[in-house]
Design a protein around this ligand. Structure first.
Ligand code: GRF
Length: 223
């Protein structure tokens, strides 16, 4: 039981699962070169689990309540042992990882973790749980979504791709989230496919104090 053909991945989520559905749909149709080996959720009866079953993806339901953060992560790692995976893909996973977990998925050759996330804002603006709500509250005219590699900080780590949407004057959190999610559902599978199939490296860019970002292509660019 799994979904799609290509690089083996596992998807982590805590809620609705609309990004998972977009990923699974693309994996099934072949536009995402990934094999979704399992879904991990820390929430009982989460929407993502139900959708995973629709796509024949095994679900590991591992609630975190009553467990220390590290003990929960150990349980996740143990359950994942039988599922070959090269990447963890976060799709609405509402848990921060410990530095120990981050270190475990750090790839020395790549210089980054093998964990990807999608965030509902143009980072570094509006990190945290409510990107679309924060954009409406703040009154920005433009927001969007960011796909990034995960590091120890909150919604931090090398940016892979971003796309923007205009915030209309009469947008509510709900109307903005609707357009934002539609954008996410295009951006995430497309970006993940590039990450799994193209040449790229992590670069600090031309500035001396430049932050790490993902640069596609082998020729030119910064190391
Ligand atoms: C998305 O907005 C995603 O960017 C954020 O959490 C939300 C998950 O939604 N990290 P869903 O569960 O994929 O529908």
């Amino acid at each position: 039981m799994s979904c799609g053909r290509g690089v083996p991945i596992v998807v982590f989520g805590s809620g609705r699962g609309s990004n998972f559905r977009a990923l699974a749909e693309c994996a099934r149709s072949g536009t995402l070169a990934a094999n979704i080996a399992a879904v991990v959720t820390n929430v009982k009866h989460a929407g993502i689990a139900e959708i995973a079953r629709e796509y024949n993806v095994p679900v590991l339901e591992i609630p975190h309540s009553g467990l220390e953060r590290e003990a929960h992560e150990e349980a996740v790692i143990n359950s994942l042992k039988v599922f070959k995976h090269e990447w963890i893909v976060l799709a609405g996973y509402m848990r921060l990882f410990t530095p120990k977990f981050i270190a475990r998925y750090f790839d020395q050759t790549l210089g980054c973790t093998r964990i990807v996330n999608i965030h509902p804002s143009l980072l570094p603006a509006f990190a945290g749980a409510d990107g679309y709500g924060d954009a409406v509250t703040y009154g920005v005219k433009l927001t969007g979504a960011t796909v990034h590699l995960v590091s120890a900080g909150l919604d931090d780590g090398p940016i892979i791709a971003q796309e923007s949407i205009v915030v209309d004057d009469f947008d509510t959190k709900q109307t903005l989230a609707e357009r934002g999610l539609a954008l996410e559902h295009r951006l995430y599978p497309k970006t993940l496919h590039r990450l799994l199939t193209e040449e790229w490296h992590v670069s600090c860019g031309p500035a001396q104090d430049g932050r790490a970002r993902v640069v596609f292509g082998t020729k030119g660019g910064h190391k």
